[in-house]
Write a new protein. Structure first.
Length: 99
């Protein structure tokens, strides 16, 4: 019967034939809720080409127009409120030092 065990962040272990090690990691999405990302940082990401106007709206709830992109504050607040109401909240994370 499969068992699950929480492991420390750093460890050495030996796996035997037939054992399965599953390591779940978050994506490279950063820390915190995307809808709380600072607008100045989203604007910089847009200018630097790290995110598209469409991606900013979808992922961060930020409405931008033009070239270089300018953020529409009123439209952004409206979209962020709508997305917050429709998205699941992030789970609480407890950071504990390894024993």
């Amino acid at each position: 019967m499969p068992t699950e065990e929480k492991l420390h962040a750093k460890l050495t272990m030996t796996l035997r034939r037939g054992q399965v090690f599953r390591h779940d990691l978050p994506g490279a999405g950063g820390h915190g809720h995307a809808l709380s990302r600072d607008l100045a940082l989203v604007a910089k990401d847009l200018r630097d080409g790290l995110v598209t106007i469409e991606g900013a709206a979808r992922d961060y709830g930020v409405i931008a127009h033009g070239d270089p992109p300018e953020i529409d504050l009123a439209a952004t607040e409206t979209l962020r409120a709508k997305l917050r109401a429709s998205r699941k909240p992030l789970p609480a994370v407890a950071w504990e030092p390894a024993a």
